[in-house]
Design a protein around this ligand. Structure first.
Ligand SMILES: CC(C)(COP(=O)(O)OP(=O)(O)OC[C@H]1O[C@@H](n2cnc3c(N)ncnc32)[C@H](O)[C@@H]1OP(=O)(O)O)[C@@H](O)C(=O)NCCC(=O)NCCS
Length: 192
């Protein structure tokens, strides 16, 4: 059985090696998730550990899907700290272990993020993905709206520039900006 749980900053550090394995496998499989191949596993683990402070600050939320205590997939939600954009967030780092794909894990991760974001009062989610990727099938079938593609937007793992399609999903009535996450002290200009 697969369960989906949010992770805290310290838990992210604990899971960093497993998440690094997932990220490396995803990049080696040719998926465009922000990294170039070959991706060193240690560097990938460092990247995950580097998110821990952002997770603790509430700027970056991360969920993992676990089956038999292993990480089967992950998804992130990056909050927007700009004062006029606190009603929205960006879905990021959606990836499922190749051996766990095609069993509904990706759909469940996306749904979990949508539920959580709606419960927190967010009204709009956005994401982008390589044009023609399987993630597009998932987005469309999960009710997301494509709003356009930009050619040569991002490199695939081999470094070849590929088109990216941008999606959005309205997950609740616009609730205004007042009640949302207020950003970090850095975002507010409260520098130490
Ligand atoms: C995209 C990804 C997360 C989907 O995860 P998954 O667990 O395999 O997806 P699911 O089993 O939940 O499938 C959800 C929907 O996606 C589509 N889909 C998934 N795999 C598919 C395939 N091989 N062929 C066609 N459609 C597919 C279908 O619409 C499917 O719904 P259905 O099963 O009701 O037909 C996974 O393929 C992945 O990790 N890809 C590499 C990383 C990546 O591209 N991330 C996206 C960055 S935004």
């Amino acid at each position: 059985m697969t369960e989906i749980v949010p992770v805290t900053g310290p838990e992210l550090v604990t899971y960093a090696d497993e998440l690094a394995a997932l990220l490396v496998e995803t990049v080696e499989g040719g998926s465009s998730v922000g990294f170039l191949a070959p991706l060193d596993r240690g560097a990938a683990a460092d990247w995950w550990r580097g998110r821990a402070a952002l997770v603790e600050a509430g700027a970056h939320q991360i969920w993992i899907a676990r089956d038999d205590e292993r990480v089967a997939g992950t998804i992130g939600l990056v909050r927007t700290a700009l004062p006029n954009a606190r009603h929205r967030a960006e879905v990021a780092e959606l990836m499922v272990r190749p051996s766990a794909r095609g069993q509904g894990v990706g759909r469940a991760l996306l749904a979990a993020v949508e539920r959580s974001a709606a419960a927190e009062g967010l009204s709009l989610l956005v994401l982008d993905t390589e044009t023609g990727s399987l993630a597009e099938e998932l987005c469309r079938s999960a009710g997301w709206t494509a709003c356009g593609s930009i050619p040569a937007y991002a490199g695939d793992p081999s470094g070849a520039l590929k088109a990216t399609t941008f999606y959005y999903r309205v997950i609740g009535p616009p609730a205004g900006l007042a009640s949302q996450w207020k950003g970090t002290s850095h975002d507010r200009g409260e520098h130490a």
